[in-house]
Design a binder for this molecule. Structure first.
Ligand SMILES: Cc1cc2nc3c(=O)[nH]c(=O)nc-3n(C[C@H](O)[C@H](O)[C@H](O)COP(=O)(O)OP(=O)(O)OC[C@H]3O[C@@H](n4cnc5c(N)ncnc54)[C@H](O)[C@@H]3O)c2cc1C
Length: 572
């Protein structure tokens, strides 16, 4: 058995996104307040907890990506003075104008009024990647021990109780043999472990399955592909927020696009954020979010925003879209789930940063209670769930609790359902008060309308021009993604035989399409049933987790690669 160093902490936070950082920062603030109260009162015990936060990216923020409009509600509560703090919060622009576009294949129109969920006045255009770096510096100042470049590879448990995490090993070659620089990942033992891994966290997924934590509905996800462009001055005003619906997605596919004016950054460049989210419960097995984004950019109502511009950055990531009824149980013996890991995303508004920050604060309050009582069993951690239910987080998610499920009957039905819920403040919904949904991959259809006569997918190939549209490999290059090449593949296909047999026949190998980073390829291979074999280009992986979510047979398991590997996002 491998010998592993063990380090003891009071609280171990996994993931330095907004949720994990808010947990750490707020806990440090609460401990400080607690100690001041003890000093003033002259009685009670002061606390000196050891709090650590680990992150798989080489630097805090490198794996952080969002569309980029932040509702300041969460940050206002976490850091009430943030608007005047030094160093300044990296806000790109305040939203001054917003509208929504309905796109048809060749035209479209501007909605006469902006649908209320898409109104953004008072919100801020941000780069999450910069925001997270800024929060990371604050956490460090508060004495949090931050370890970037250290993925948590698995949970350490004693029965149902989480007692810590095991860090990933490093220095293992692609055949599983130890190299000269081999280091066994240590164990970070924690009285409380806060899982802030974001969407489809690998530890969270395992825990939800093992302890049966799933909510009323299974989680349903989306995947977003985003680009940041430099454009000529005046072409897309800083703080302009445009949302698109319709084209390029068909009426059975949930999703929509955006164009956000970011203002000046990276020297004197005028930046624009453009992207598209597609629900990972689509029917078409050839669906490809990267290709759909390229098509969207060619649309006559979208292309003018980018005219004369230049692609700077690309990224892609999944997001939980199931809403309130898809939230897992968020607490247990020795653990809490926060942010996207807890399913706290408002898909009607495409916003989760404020919910992640707020849930981190509520988790911190619960962590303080655990420290004070010396107990992090379920009897104490249940308070976190109660706090969420009594908070604006719950009110906000309750109003749109059936939003995503409504689209399973098609786009029109989904929009009517959303309109109904918005008009009546979520008090009733069109069909039912509690719409059911299944796991997203189950909606994918087998070969049929999406395939041509010879069983080949009917993929509408784009002739990428390298100016406005790009192939996946160029996009991956723009994401700065890098992994150690000589390491075990972190995309573990548990039944590889399926790929060159049933999957060819039934779904046409959808992994080639749904991966927004060209990780999966079907290579020609003589002697196989269909003359093809799966090739995995793991070093392209941008950690979006789409393959783990959308594989129709659920045989792809995304596990953490060697520390520091992955995208190197800038301004995303
Ligand atoms: C395309 C897209 C567009 C979006 N647009 C918006 C928007 O405009 N406005 C908005 O408010 N929200 C938006 N969101 C949602 C928002 O980004 C998330 O809700 C928010 O980032 C969730 O924060 P989090 O801290 O829970 O997770 P994340 O931000 O995902 O952070 C999780 C962190 O944990 C790390 N991690 C994961 N697993 C491990 C591990 N095992 N070990 C160590 N580290 C690990 C990751 O590297 C990451 O840094 C968007 C999301 C996407 C994908």
């Amino acid at each position: 058995m491998t010998e592993r160093d063990v380090m003891d902490f009071d609280v171990v936070v996994v993931g330095a996104g907004p949720a994990g950082l808010a947990t750490a920062i707020h806990l440090a603030n609460l401990v400080e307040r607690h100690n001041q109260d003890v000093e003033k009162a002259g009685k009670g015990d002061k606390l000196e907890p050891q709090i650590c936060l680990i992150e798989k990216a080489a630097e805090i923020g490198n794996h952080s990506i969002s569309g980029g409009v932040m509702d300041p509600k969460g940050l206002d509560q976490l850091l009430p003075g943030w608007r005047t703090m030094e160093p300044k919060a990296p806000v790109e622009a305040e939203v001054h104008d917003d509208y929504a576009l309905w796109l048809t294949a060749k035209g479209g129109f501007k909605f006469p009024i902006t649908p209320p969920p898409l109104k953004n006045h008072g919100n801020f255009v941000v780069s999450l990647n910069k925001m997270v770096k800024w929060l990371g510096a604050i956490a460090e100042q508060k004495g949090i021990q931050i370890f970037p470049g250290f993925p948590a590879a698995q949970l350490v448990r004693d029965g149902n109780r989480v007692t810590g995490v095991q860090l990933g090993d490093s220095g293992i070659d692609k055949h599983g043999q130890q190299k000269g620089n081999y280091q066994a990942g240590g164990i970070l033992a924690g009285k409380l472990v806060v899982l802030a891994e974001g969407s489809r966290g690998s530890l969270t997924k395992q825990l939800v399955a093992d302890l049966n934590l799933e909510g009323k509905n299974p989680q349903v996800y989306g995947v977003g592909a985003k680009e940041v462009w430099e454009v000529p001055a005046g072409q897309c005003a800083p703080g302009l927020v445009v949302h698109t619906m319709g084209y390029p997605l068909d009426s059975h596919t949930f999703g929509g696009g955006w164009v956000y004016g970011m203002g000046k950054s990276e020297g004197d460049k005028n930046l624009v954020s453009i992207g598209l989210v597609v629900g990972l419960d689509y029917r078409d097995p050839t669906m490809d979010v990267h290709r759909q984004l390229q098509r969207m950019k060619l649309h006559p109502k979208v292309a003018p925003f980018l005219k004369g511009g230049k692609l700077l950055h690309y990224g892609a990531k999944s997001l939980p879209e199931g809403g309130l009824y898809s939230m897992p149980r968020v607490y247990g013996d020795g653990f809490l789930l926060v942010g996207d890991a807890a399913g706290l995303m408002n898909s009607m508004r495409l916003k989760g940063i404020h919910l992640a920050l707020r849930s981190g604060m509520l988790a911190a309050e619960t962590a303080l209670a655990c420290l004070q009582k010396g107990d992090s069993s379920m009897a104490t951690t249940v308070a976190y769930d109660q706090k969420i239910k009594a908070d604006w987080i719950h009110d906000e998610l309750w109003k749109c609790r059936n939003f995503h499920q409504g689209f399973h009957k098609g786009r029109l039905a989904g929009l009517v359902n959303a309109g109904f819920a918005t008009m009546f403040g979520g008090k009733g919904t069109f069909w039912s008060d509690e719409l059911k949904s299944n796991a997203g991959h189950t909606y994918m259809q087998k070969v049929g309308p999406y395939f041509g006569g010879k069983g080949k997918p009917k993929v509408d190939k784009l002739a990428e021009d390298g100016v406005l549209t790009f192939d996946k490999l160029t996009s991956v290059y723009s994401s700065g993604t890098l992994h150690e090449e000589d390491q075990p593949c972190h995309l573990v296909v548990t039944q590889p035989d399926l790929c060159s047999t049933r999957c060819v026949e039934e779904f046409g190998n959808p992994c080639q399409h749904f991966c927004p980073a060209a990780v999966y390829e079907m290579e020609e291979k003589a002697g196989t049933r269909h003359g093809v074999e799966l090739k995995i280009n793991a070093s392209n992986c941008v950690h979006c987790k789409t393959c783990d979510i959308m594989d129709p047979y659920q045989v792809i398991n995304w596990v953490t690669p060697e520390g520091g590997g992955g995208p190197n996002y800038t301004n995303l």
